[in-house]
Design a protein around this ligand. Structure first.
Ligand SMILES: C[S@@+](CC[C@H](N)C(=O)[O-])C[C@H]1O[C@@H](n2cnc3c(N)ncnc32)[C@H](O)[C@@H]1O
Length: 490
């Protein structure tokens, strides 16, 4: 009920130009922002069709529902996942379902199309690239990739082997592959739904976009280490970190939002995570020098952001650009504060910073400002063969997008300490390292058991993010020398 009321309220406000859709969704403080996004975006996309259906069936007159509420209900009933409410609304909508379905069918016949999407004008229809694959991270705290693949094969899925190029991620029906970049990631066709699947319910698999698996994968904290997940809820990256740590060590996870932390506890329980310590606390107020945290060596920082990388939010038609600019500036200032705070932990070796934003203000600009203020840290060049880099000169960082990486829009930077007490002033961030030093892992061998959640083996020095990968590029000797130097510095 709350979901539909909130979605209707946001659609009405957006129509009255009281704010951009994405801003209204973020500002709503709704418990499940993703679910709300999806419903609001899809309802808005189909609104001309929904309004025609509502008018032609005289739904408002017969039900006394308000237009926007009727739109979200009709959307979910006919085009979405089915109504997620009970009570009088469900009774009302079920009473009118056949007439609504018949009217929708009539519209399709009239326009000679078979899919709901095809009723939309071509300008609104999703480009093919927006049909993102369904990514599934195997939770190595509970199973292995091999066992998950075997189970899925027995369950009727058709395993196509290891992907070797992005095109291999274009899958149909029940086909699936192992990802070309992340060893614990399986990739399915876009519509594959695992919500009722045993492996999902038992916590053996985690439904997580590929880009969102990158931060923990790069941070790669070894088992036994002390790690902070600074803005952790709802906890997919936390469970990925725990898997990498093999549940050994201590994983401190903070979040300001108590409700999201509750969801997170459930998720972690299902995933078999036991090394965590959750706190409903402002990360900015965590004392880096306290006995509890002074040994922390790894931090994952995935702070609140505009969410502009999320595919369904790409509504560039902001009603209030001034407000959007102010919001971005305020988010960037918060993100920089968090980043600077993270770098204050005295034993810190590495910090990974990520956002699901495509705005440079929240990404490269935040990282650049932070590096200027913290000369003892430098960027680690990430996966040389990843198809999309951070904007110049921060090409050590990664970006992700629907078009280039078949994921939601995302940004990741890995910072490592490179001198004692931050005394060494570094050069321009973009000139610090040679991205070539980090070769991409060769396609993971199907038979090799992997560690948990796409993160991976313990690596003491930054350059070693890449050292688990086979170096086949020229200049190997020089690079080995550099690696040795980095290890000594640490
Ligand atoms: C992008 S989400 C994190 C998603 C999470 N890393 C994951 O993968 O599931 C950002 C989170 O930061 C939390 N947050 C915002 N400000 C915070 C602060 N000052 N301290 C701790 N958490 C904060 C929000 O409540 C929100 O849950």
């Amino acid at each position: 009920m709350a979901l539909y009321l909130k979605a209707a309220e946001i659609l009405e406000k957006a129509e009255r130009k009281q704010g951009a859709l994405k801003t209204l969704v973020y500002d709503s403080k709704f418990g499940n922002i993703k679910q709300l996004f999806a419903l609001v975006c899809e309802t808005q996309k189909f609104s001309p069709i929904l309004q025609e259906l509502i008018e032609s069936t005289k739904l408002l007159k017969q039900t006394k529902l308000r237009l926007h509420l009727a739109m979200v209900l009709v959307y979910d009933l006919l085009m979405g996942q089915g109504l997620k409410c009970g009570g009088s609304w469900k009774v009302t909508m079920m009473k009118h379902r056949s007439r609504l379905q018949a009217e929708l069918a009539r519209m399709k016949v009239k326009q000679k199309v078979s899919k709901n999407e095809d009723l939309l004008p071509a300008s609104v229809q999703r480009p093919a690239g927006d049909h993102l694959p369904r990514y599934v991270r195997v939770n190595t705290l509970k199973t292995t990739v091999e066992d998950a693949v075997d189970y899925l094969k027995r369950d009727g899925f058709s395993y196509q082997g290891q992907a070797s190029r992005l095109d291999d991620l274009t899958l149909k029906g029940k086909e699936f592959v192992r990802d070309l970049h992340l060893p614990e990631l399986l990739v399915f066709s876009p519509k594959t739904d695992f919500h009722d699947h045993f492996l999902y319910k038992a916590g053996h698999i985690i439904l997580q976009d590929k880009a969102s698996c990158l931060p923990a994968y790069f941070l790669n904290p070894p088992p036994g280490s002390r790690v902070i997940d600074a803005c952790a809820a709802p906890g997919n990256k936390t469970s990925h970190l725990a898997a990498l740590m093999k549940n050994k060590g201590k994983l401190f996870a903070f979040d300001l939002d108590a409700k999201r932390l509750t969801t997170m506890s459930t998720l972690l329980l299902r995933a078999g995570v036991t090394c965590q310590q959750l706190a409903n606390q402002d990360f900015l107020k965590v004392d880096p020098d306290s006995a509890q945290y002074r040994d922390v060596e790894y931090i994952l920082l995935d702070p609140s952001c505009s969410g502009s990388g999320m595919v369904c939010l790409r509504d560039d038609t902001s009603a209030d650009q001034e407000k959007d600019r102010a919001r971005l500036a305020s988010l960037a200032s918060f993100q920089l504060k968090c980043l600077n705070h993270g770098l204050r932990f005295p034993s810190l070796k590495r910090l990974v910073y990520s956002t699901c934003s495509i705005h440079s203000q929240e990404n490269e600009e935040v990282v650049t400002a932070c590096l200027q203020q913290n000369p003892g840290f430098r960027l680690v060049p990430l996966l040389a063969q990843w198809p999309e880099r951070g904007l110049e000169p921060l090409t050590q960082c990664l970006r992700a997008s629907t078009a280039k990486t078949r994921t939601h829009g995302f940004f990741v930077a890995l910072l490592e300490k490179h001198s004692e007490a931050g005394s060494t002033k570094q050069g321009q961030p973009g000139q610090m390292s040679d991205p070539e030093t980090i070769a991409l892992a060769p396609p993971a061998c199907e038979k090799t058991p992997e560690a948990s959640e796409m993160e991976d083996k313990p690596t003491p020095a930054a350059d070693e993010v890449n050292s688990r990968q086979t170096d086949t590029t020229p200049g190997k000797k020089k690079r080995r020398k550099r690696k040795k130097k980095a290890a000594t510095a640490e």
